[in-house]
Design a protein around this ligand. Structure first.
Ligand SMILES: *Cc1c(COP(=O)(O)O)cnc(C)c1O
Length: 814
């Protein structure tokens, strides 16, 4: 990209207030936290429903960013940078991308549909890359923001584009079409995903087809419902497994581990094999084959390339590594765009300060290798990577571009030298193209534990956070409760993510939990709900903020505070308005006020109370009486002490049921982790934790035989039993035994048979096709934590926090 601010102003229809119009832009950003922002960055200041990026402009200017697209110039900043003022910054980003797209004239494949977009895109990239310099959307960047960012990465060397577009409601596609401007359209499976945004199937199809008004060819699975909506003027190239009138007719046959597709095209028959058997993969593979046919490939090439298709891993996974390392596993792709994304993710998840990058040769950048590795080296420098290990012939040849890089010609050489590299106390991003088989490196670095893991979906946490944010007034602050290891889901990783989302406060139960977070580098303020007097010294030392709930506690804290000559140390005053757990009662308030009047050692940062019945509207009157008492007592304190603290009383269900009592902050807990006691709200939340295991052994027992301790299950007929390595020591209650609970195996319910053992359960799989080693879902989408809690007559909190720490947590982002 070589556009200057002068060039860009008219493209955006912006008003320019600036310092230097000649500045040339080499990077577009919308993320204030990215370390890739520099003096050549044009920062689009996006205003979201919960977050207005204008607030980060001063910090960005301090970090060297000099060019901003804004809706207004924040106070006192005029003259400090180039400001391009527009009505709407997202529209401006899209306009810019559409303009940029128009500078290039090569075939572009535009993909949309409900399912399979990203897989089809990745496969097409694999199938076509021997013959083209391809630019494609990184990961699943297919949104109103993701599409423009993908397109802006096109450069002069590219000669084929593959972009995906995802929409969730009407009127969105019309905005993406001019940005992608596909010449070839590909409509993938129209399933029922994301249906909420559309009133019916027809509307959804119509909307998706708005990506294709200018295509020269539309490829799709022929079907009458869709046919009815296709514009007659668009040339189509259709396929079907049912309708022989389609341009390409396909019959399928499964053989061991593979599917044979018999393809009839122009009265000519040929066969290809693909290494999949599930319907979704077969359909996605056919879509890709259609593109190859359209591009005129002969059937021999199609056959040989399709046979090599592979499962696509789209997720960036965070894992615990050996010797106190954290691994970020992105061992399936290596292109410049996804490297940028992975480096941002590394920064947001780094557990250890030292950052290491293991990187293979990079393919298909569209750039010459010299220019490419110069750019990679700039990227590595701006991301402050401490050591870089390059693997591959090409990256080895450009070793000198990286200063202190170590390089190896191939993965085998790296593995041979593994012990000399002394990996310890660092965060390691492992990023390589498939052919380099970096999964071997991951398996060397990964901490070995047993097969049971609790997978935590970081995207779902972000989604749930935003869902609750959207219920708040823009000025209401948010404290998130991460006590008990983030309700069992992971303390540090979640705290780190919340820091990334600019959450205002974290809350923990005990000082130890806060100290662990501070030691791991969390900078957010942390309130400790139940500080014991013995922990006051370490609370002060680690800059934690105690909740003070009694005169005795206050005096004890003040004594230490005075010894240390503290001034204005932040404390939080808890008032008991009816929960009767911790807090000052109404008749203590006078005494509290007079002590606080006499001291400058502490400062009342906030006043809070906790509700006993926010989740149950049967007790609405009681809840309202708690809020009224809170109002009365906190106002009295504010008036008499002449202070303006942050006031807060609502937990998750309070946010939903008593929005009028938001005050200045709310305390979100269980909702963040994806659980609500309101069925309607539950539908809006995304599942966060999935507890997975595998089948260790399968046997079939005859009628009359028993299973497990105490012979509590006797088979009435021949019964197939699978043993799973998870038991009550992992947090699977014995109450789930004997048919009360189930696990999911190959999408079917397998009920727990006999008693739950310490480290194992047995389940009935008589009617379920499965084999040893198959995956088992203990909870997640099904059964849900809510279901398990109901079966056990308890609450989801207990199930979540009860999963033992010996179960390995794996964090991932889609
Ligand atoms: C745990 C806790 C919360 C969060 O409660 P949820 O019901 O999980 O939202 C809020 N405030 C206090 C004082 C808590 O102890």
């Amino acid at each position: 990209m070589s556009l200057s601010i002068h060039n860009i102003v008219p493209i955006l229809n912006a008003r320019w207030f600036g310092t230097s119009g000649h500045t040339v832009i080499d990077n577009i950003s919308i993320d204030s936290r990215s370390l890739q922002n520099n003096s050549g960055t044009l920062f689009f200041t996006i205003v979201g429903p919960n977050n207005d990026a204008h607030a980060y402009i001063p910090e960005l200017i301090d970090n060297g960013v000099r060019n901003f697209v804004v809706t207004h110039i924040p106070e006192n900043l005029e003259g400090k940078a180039n400001f391009l003022v527009v009505e709407n910054t997202l529209d401006a980003l899209q306009q810019f991308a559409a303009y940029y797209r128009n500078l290039f004239d090569f075939p572009v494949i535009g993909i949309t549909g409900s399912n399979g977009k990203t897989i089809v895109k990745e496969w097409l990239n694999f199938l076509l890359s021997p013959d083209y310099n391809i630019i494609r959307s990184p990961k699943s960047y297919n949104s109103q923001v993701g599409v423009p960012l993908s397109v802006i990465s096109i450069n002069e060397k590219h000669n084929l584009g593959i972009f995906e577009a995802g929409i969730s409601t009407t009127n969105e596609m019309a905005k993406l079409e001019p940005i992608i401007r596909p010449t070839i359209g590909l409509l993938t499976n129209i399933g029922s995903a994301h249906d909420e945004g559309f009133s019916n199937l027809g509307e959804k199809i119509k909307e998706k087809l708005k990506l294709f008004p200018h295509v020269k060819t539309l490829i799709y699975n022929k079907n009458k419902t869709i046919d009815a909506f296709i514009n007659q003027k668009v040339a189509t190239f259709s396929w079907s497994c049912k309708d022989e009138s389609a341009d390409v007719f396909i019959t399928k046959k499964s053989i061991i581990d593979k599917t044979v597709l018999k393809v009839r095209y122009h009265d000519f028959d040929f066969e290809i094999k693909i290494p999949f058997q599930d319907d979704a993969s077969i359909e996605n593979a056919i879509q890709c084959m259609m593109v190859l046919l359209h591009f005129g490939y002969d059937h021999k090439t199609i056959e040989s390339r399709m046979e090599l298709l592979f499962p696509v891993e789209m997720r960036l996974k965070v894992k615990n590594g050996i010797n106190n390392t954290t691994l970020i596993d992105d061992s399936y792709s290596s292109d410049f765009q996804s490297l940028k994304i992975a480096l941002d993710f590394l920064e947001s998840q780094k557990h250890y300060k030292k950052k290491t990058l293991i990187l293979s040769d990079i393919f298909q950048s569209g750039l010459g290798t010299d220019e490419l590795y110069s750019k990679v080296s700039q990227l590595v420098i701006s991301n402050k990577i401490n050591r870089i290990i390059g693997i591959g012939e090409t990256i080895s040849a450009f070793k000198n571009k990286f200063g202190n890089a170590i390089t190896f010609k191939n993965t085998a050489n790296f593995i041979a030298a593994f012990d000399t590299l002394a990996f310890a106390n660092e965060t390691i991003l492992i990023k390589g193209a498939r052919t380099f088989e970096f999964e071997k490196i991951v398996s060397l670095l990964e901490e070995k534990t047993h097969e049971t893991v609790l997978e935590i979906n970081l995207n779902a946490i972000s989604h749930n956070l935003n869902f609750f944010k959207s219920k708040l007034k823009p000025e209401t602050k948010m404290m998130v409760m991460v006590k008990a290891f983030g309700y069992g889901n992971g303390g540090f990783e979640i705290a780190k993510l919340l820091e990334h989302h600019n959450t205002d406060y974290l809350g923990v139960a005990f000082a130890d939990e806060g100290i662990a977070l501070k030691n791991a580098g969390i900078k957010l303020p942390i309130m400790v709900l139940n500080p014991e007097n013995t922990s006051f010294a370490s609370i002060i030392q680690h800059n934690l903020e105690p909740e003070i709930y009694s005169i005795k506690g206050l005096n004890a804290f003040l004594q230490i505070a005075k010894q240390r000559k503290l001034q204005d140390f932040p404390i939080h005053i808890k008032i008991d308005t009816g929960m009767h757990r911790l807090g000052f009662e109404e008749n203590n308030i006078e005494a509290l006020i007079s002590i606080l009047k006499e001291t400058k050692a502490v400062k009342v940062k906030s006043i809070l109370s906790h509700m006993a019945t926010s989740d149950d509207l049967v007790h609405k009157d009681f809840a309202l009486s708690q809020i009224a008492l809170f109002e009365k007592l906190s106002s009295k304190m504010m008036k008499e002490l002449q202070i303006k603290p942050i006031r807060h009383i609502l937990n998750t269900s309070g946010i939903s049921n008593f929005p009028q009592a938001q005050y200045d902050m709310v305390r979100l807990g269980i909702g963040l982790y994806g659980v609500s006691n309101d069925p309607e709200e539950q539908k809006e939340l995304e599942n966060v934790g999935t507890l997975k295991s595998i089948i260790s052994q399968i046997r079939t027992i005859p009628a009359g035989d028993s299973v497990g301790y105490g012979r509590r299950f006797i088979a009435e007929k021949p019964t197939k039993i699978a043993t799973i390595p998870i038991g009550y020591a992992d947090g699977i209650s014995r109450g789930l035994g004997n048919g009360i609970g189930f696990v999911t195996i190959n999408n079917q319910k397998a009920y727990i048979t006999g008693s739950v053992c310490m480290d194992m359960i047995m389940v009935n799989v008589t009617d379920i096709p499965c084999k040893e080693g198959d995956q088992v879902i203990v909870f997640g989408e099904s059964p849900t934590i809510n279901f398990i809690a109901e079966q056990l007559h308890t609450i989801p909190y207990e199930i979540m926090t009860g999963i033992s720490q010996r179960v390995k947590r794996v964090f991932y982002r889609e």
